[in-house]
Design a protein around this ligand. Structure first.
Ligand code: HEC
Length: 118
């Protein structure tokens, strides 16, 4: 194999690896959401998960764009990491600082934005 062919092959492998890590990232936000958040916030973000009925405060509808636009990513990060009480919200929203890493929480904030479809 000539030098150019080897370089092209390496480029191809590199592109594949980047693609794989980007998609793995999105998948893990979705699977974290399904595993930890959907029981209250609902699989489609409407705040209607099976655990929601037992809550004293109903979980917000993440698909309500007008409401969600007013909440900054920083606030969402604080609430997910520190729980509702960290941002003056009901303590029904648990803290995830022990279960999720900062990058995972950032990925969840981005994932929550996908529920608002305009
Ligand atoms: C035990 C039920 C429960 C679980 C599990 C839960 N939440 Fe919550 N969450 C709530 C409640 C109740 C609130 C407060 C009402 C609201 O803002 O929706 C809340 C609030 C939030 C908010 C704040 C919205 C705002 O107004 O600032 C975000 C963001 C959020 N949750 C994300 C998550 C994520 C991400 C997960 C999973 C890692 C999760 N929640 C798991 C019940 C839950």
């Amino acid at each position: 194999m000539g030098r150019n062919k080897i370089q092209i092959a390496l480029l191809g492998i590199g592109a594949l690896l980047v693609f794989a890590s980007v998609t793995a990232h999105a998948d893990s936000a979705q699977s974290n959401y399904t595993a930890f958040c959907a029981k209250c916030h609902g699989a489609t973000g409407h705040g209607d998960g099976p655990g929601a009925a037992a809550l004293s405060t109903k979980a917000r509808d993440f698909a309500d764009c007008a409401v969600m636009q007013k909440i900054s990513d920083d606030t969402m990060f604080t609430v997910i990491k520190g729980g509702g009480a960290a941002a003056g919200l009901p303590a029904d929203m648990p803290s995830w600082s022990n279960g999720l890493s900062d990058p995972e929480i950032h990925a969840l904030v981005a994932y929550i934005h996908t529920f608002c479809k305009k």
